[in-house]
Design a protein around this ligand. Sequence first.
Ligand SMILES: [Zn+2]
Length: 242
Amino acid sequence: MRAAFTGAAGGSSPAPWSGLNLGLGVGDAPERVLAHRESVGRWLGAPLVFATQVHGAGVRVLSGEDRVARSERAVGADTCGEYDALVTAEPGLGLGVLVADCVPVLLADPEARVVGVAHAGRQGLVEGVVGAALEALLGCGARADRVRAVVGPSACGRCYEVPARMRDEVDAARPGTASTTSWGTPALDLPAGVVAELRAGGVEQVVVTGICTLEDERFCSHRRASAQGLVTGRFAGVVALG
Ligand SMILES: [Zn+2]
């Protein structure tokens, strides 16, 4: 089993994208993005599958056939469909989740040999994407008390400023997410919301990287780039069974 978060550095994309941009649909050349995906897949030891993420709670369980389907897909359309979480028990199939401030979540039950990824932004968290991903993992034989989760680099609760009403609405749906920025305005702590949902599902082995994409320039941040009137790339959380 192998898992990682990629960073902004490396790869061949020019500014304003991150060098190792893995996101299609942000204006970068598809050939470059696909070459980056191939190289991360080689490191992982398994070709990577990505979904077109739509800030929902849809989960796709991938089988061996999806590896074949992927290799036949046209350049520029490297997606298995519109989902925000992927799960597989297939060795040799890598799962990737793309982010630039949203929370990348990696899941694995090493004993049942099943892995998953989830893209948990504000909207997906409210819709229950983390619980849905966990449910699918359990459906493939995982047991919550054996599941290991990693909560990756994302906008932190001291930086993710939102209007007060939005903070209250999200906190009502996902208690524990309300936060305050370091400059004293309403904010959301999405990693805290992810951890709460994992614990509610019985997952105790949770590693939180604690890295903030807005503060740490080793990672892409949509908010940091937008504040400068720029686009940026996407980095990824990836996992595969060995
Ligand atoms: Zn921060």
